[in-house]
Design a protein. Structure first.
Length: 227
């Protein structure tokens, strides 16, 4: 199975263009103000307008932390983004995939989780994994697994627990994040067998600016490895 590649923490149009040329399937933009990779809605709208003619088939993702679903939906529409990654303490209802929950983000969002233990990972998976009928309609991951950090939401360079990842991936199609880079992505794919891999700090020249050679090498290593 071909593994999807998400390049996250993009802030500049040149890096977005390079990510598309490298073969990224998903492009991620961070809307959490505390992140060194934060971008404003106007920036993202402008970047996507610039690359629109040559990003056919590449989907765009806004990463949000504890935003109300109404705000997330509004920003998706304003920026022209395809999907939302909810990376805070949002309840399952925000995904619009549970009975009686708002439909604003149904089919447009998935949950990012940072479990502190294998038991918590299992619990979060049961609570947040998108049901098959929702994710298959738009080829979404059931959820994203990132490394736990007590103070930071992501982009720390810490490697997530691949044993936990493999356990989750046996039940759900997961997007694996956390400390991935050119040197370890192939091993991660073989061990975890994820739906996709998500990289940010592992291919940076500095926070928010990508190393284009590293980006290409990461994509090539991921493409050459079968989950």
């Amino acid at each position: 199975m071909a593994v999807r590649i998400k390049i996250c923490g993009l802030t500049h149009v040149g890096d977005v263009g390079a990510a598309i040329e490298a073969g990224a399937d998903l492009l991620g933009f961070i809307f959490a103000r505390e992140s060194p990779r934060y971008v404003t809605p106007l920036q993202v709208r402008g970047i996507l307008a610039d690359v629109q003619p040559w990003r056919a088939g590449v989907r765009t993702v806004g990463v949000f932390v504890n935003e109300a679903p109404q705000n997330v939906a509004r920003l998706l529409d304003f920026c022209g983004l395809d999907l939302a990654q909810l990376h805070g303490e949002e309840p399952p209802e925000y995904l619009g995939a549970t009975p009686g929950s708002p439909a604003l983000l149904r089919g447009r969002a998935y949950k990012g989780m940072r479990p502190r233990s294998p038991a918590e990972a299992v619990d979060l998976g049961r609570r947040f994994a998108l049901p098959a009928e929702v994710r298959r309609a738009r080829d979404l991951p059931a959820l994203l697994l990132d490394a736990y950090h007590p103070d930071r939401r992501g982009g720390t360079g810490a490697v997530s627990d691949w044993t936990v990842g493999a356990r989750l991936a046996a039940e759900y199609p997961i997007l694996l994040a956390g400390g991935l880079n050119t040197g370890n992505v192939a091993d991660a794919i073989v061990e975890v067998r994820p739906w996709g891999v998500d990289v940010s700090s592992g291919i940076e020249a500095e926070p928010g600016r990508k190393d284009h050679a590293a980006m290409r090498a990461f994509a090539e290593a991921a493409r050459a490895t079968t989950a």
